[in-house]
Design a protein around this ligand. Structure first.
Ligand code: AMP
Length: 233
């Protein structure tokens, strides 16, 4: 029987299509509540950069805009959540992305899969960011990042001072491999077919909260914080 132990914050799960603002909002949650952001996309990109076996498998899949296998991603998440910095709570960004991953996460949180000295039984706070389709396209196709410091810009909404150049580092900005136009359609299809059902999974058990992701970024953040605080109360 799992021991009831509440985390200080969360876990928080952010759902939404690519470009919905999950990464930006996860960073704000991380800073405000002092809990780590666990982004499966970032973990996978790190494996690719380090040339691990998992990274080699993931690279080809991600380049096609498809989802990496549940087994691979769940194992990475399990390893990450075992780290001591996750004991107070964490915000999951980009996970779960399939109904199977959502079921796996519930089992993990129910302590069936996770042997940690401090059991973490807690239902996640699930927040979906809803964004208009045309906005999504502009957000993704306009996204640029600095290869040196990782700062994110958007040529439509948040351009750098000089065209395609990082304000801080002065180097040329790059387009993320899977933000390229030809990869976008498969990514959006993967969202529709595999990730949208995840919201249904949480909705059926009354655990889905939605926030209008088209609102100004600070307002989206304010609403997310309110949901988290209501949940903690
Ligand atoms: P993201 O940075 O969250 O947009 O993820 C980039 C890519 O990494 C996705 O298009 C997928 O190929 C892969 N990926 C990230 N998270 C997951 C996940 N939870 N399950 C399967 N694939 C994932």
């Amino acid at each position: 029987m799992a021991q009831e132990t509440s985390l200080d914050v969360g876990p928080v799960v952010l759902l939404g299509p690519p470009g919905a603002g999950k990464g930006s909002q996860a960073k704000r949650i991380m800073e405000h509540y002092c809990i780590p952001q666990v982004s499966t996309g970032d973990i996978l990109r790190r494996h690719i950069a380090e040339g691990t076996d998992a990274g080699l498998v993931a690279k080809a899949v991600m380049a096609r805009g498809e989802l990496v296998s549940d087994v691979l991603v769940c194992e990475m998440v399990r390893q990450r959540l075992k780290q001591p910095d996750c004991k107070r709570g964490y915000v999951l960004d980009g996970f779960p992305r399939t109904a199977a991953q959502a079921g796996w996460l519930d089992a993990l949180l129910d302590d069936k899969l996770f042997d940690n000295s401090r059991p973490t039984r807690a239902w996640p706070i699930v927040i979906r960011l809803d964004v208009d389709y045309n906005q999504l396209l502009l957000r993704i196709t306009g996204r640029r990042s600095c290869p040196t410091c990782g700062r994110i810009y958007n040529v439509h909404f948040q351009p750098p001072r000089a065209d395609e150049v990082c304000d801080v580092e002065g180097c040329k900005l790059v387009i993320r491999n899977d933000d390229r136009l030809e990869v976008l359609q498969p990514r959006l299809s993967a969202y529709e077919e595999q990730t949208r059902p995840v919201a249904g999974y949480y909705q059926r058990t009354g655990r889905l909260m939605s926030v209008d992701g088209d609102l100004p970024m600070d307002e989206v953040t304010r609403r997310i914080f309110r949901i988290i605080e209501d949940h903690q109360a």
